[in-house]
Design a protein around this ligand. Structure first.
Ligand SMILES: [Mn+2]
Length: 339
């Protein structure tokens, strides 16, 4: 459950280097993203590269340069050539996974390879964030200070997952992996930050649970990085590690433009977070690559417009002419068979 940052921190601490990373693994066996207009895999590659560009630019605007872990730097380079190339660094890494290809959210398991990279780093505070995030406000340094004090910056989404899957199932799955009997939290995979030393502890716990997890995949209510990571984080917390929930302070927020089972506050200008995760709006984020909004007010306006268009089934990027055609074709479908 939500924790507050330690209050005994000295006021003056040296500036901490915050490094932001994301993951763009390209593979033919990946399922197409849900809740998106993406209909084939070349569309998928084009859209994800643009989504990365939008994230890269939004981080740069707040003084952070993004690094993208990938297996396909040349593809990304080519896709973004019309923008003059990527606005982020790329690092090709070894992706190994214990889950079979074709598993749902197969790529999500590659986040563990990113944790492994952080575990091998020497210094700094490393953040792994989802590609479909946009940075809208400065990221509070307090988050990095928590990490420097051996904590983790996480995003507790327990209240979001409970109504969707049932809290009992969530607890049962976590307990079956880490053996903890008390109530546990569920953490969103879109945001995690810590030092290399902390990632070493997290990664080794995940490795310990991995083979058990891989052999029991069908039993779990969720397959992906969040289950194992949450199980490991809860285990670390039980041993005294501080987990700072960046969602409580409004630094991170996941927002769905589709109906959710949990209650979701409206996305309003005054409550926009530092890092906004839009899992169902990759097309919208990709569209921002070519014409970014120039301020928060404009962003909010464009986002709401996108949400309204989605409700009536229009693509986020169709012009007025195309939109009218789409709407007319619904009123008078050509193949209706009647005169
Ligand atoms: Mn996401």
């Amino acid at each position: 459950m939500p924790c507050s940052p330690p209050s005994n921190q000295p006021r003056q601490m040296p500036a901490v280097e915050m490094r932001f990373y994301s993951l763009l693994h390209l593979s033919d066996s990946d399922p197409l993203p849900i809740n998106s207009k993406i209909s084939n895999s070349s569309d998928r590659v084009r859209i994800l590269c643009r989504v990365a560009y939008t994230l890269g630019r939004s981080l740069l605007a707040h003084g952070h340069r993004l690094t993208v872990f990938t297996n396909a730097a040349a593809v990304i380079e080519r896709q973004l050539s019309e923008f003059g190339g990527p606005n982020f660094d790329m690092q090709e890494i070894e992706f190994e996974s214990s889950v079979p290809p074709g598993t749902r959210f197969y790529s999500a398991h590659f986040k563990f390879a990113c944790f492994h990279e952080f575990a091998r780093a020497e210094s700094g505070v490393h953040f792994l964030i989802d590609l479909d995030i946009i940075c809208l406000r400065p990221i509070p340094e307090e988050i990095a200070r928590v990490c420097m004090a051996d904590g983790f910056a996480v995003y507790d989404i327990s209240t979001q997952v409970a109504p969707a899957v049932g809290w009992g199932k969530v607890q049962r799955d976590l307990r079956s992996l880490n053996g903890i009997s008390g109530e546990q939290s569920w953490f969103g995979g879109e945001f995690i930050g810590a030092t290399p030393a902390s990632f070493r502890r997290l990664y080794s716990l995940i490795r310990e649970m991995m083979s058990d997890y891989a052999t029991r995949l069908p039993e779990f209510h969720h397959i992906g990085d969040e289950l194992l990571t949450s199980a490991a984080l809860n285990a670390l917390r039980q041993r005294g590690t501080h987990l700072y929930d960046a969602g409580v302070g409004g630094s991170v927020r996941r927002h769905w433009s589709v109906r959710t089972k949990h209650e979701q506050a409206a996305l309003k200008l005054g409550t926009l977070p530092s890092l906004l995760h839009l899992p169902a709006d990759k097309d919208f984020l990709a569209g921002l690559a070519s014409s970014p909004p120039d301020d928060l007010l404009r962003f909010e306006h464009r986002y709401r417009r996108n949400a309204r268009r989605k409700k009536i089934g229009l693509p986020s990027d169709s012009g007025i002419g195309d939109s009218i055609k789409i709407l007319l074709s619904r009123l008078w479908p050509r193949d209706s068979g009647s005169l």
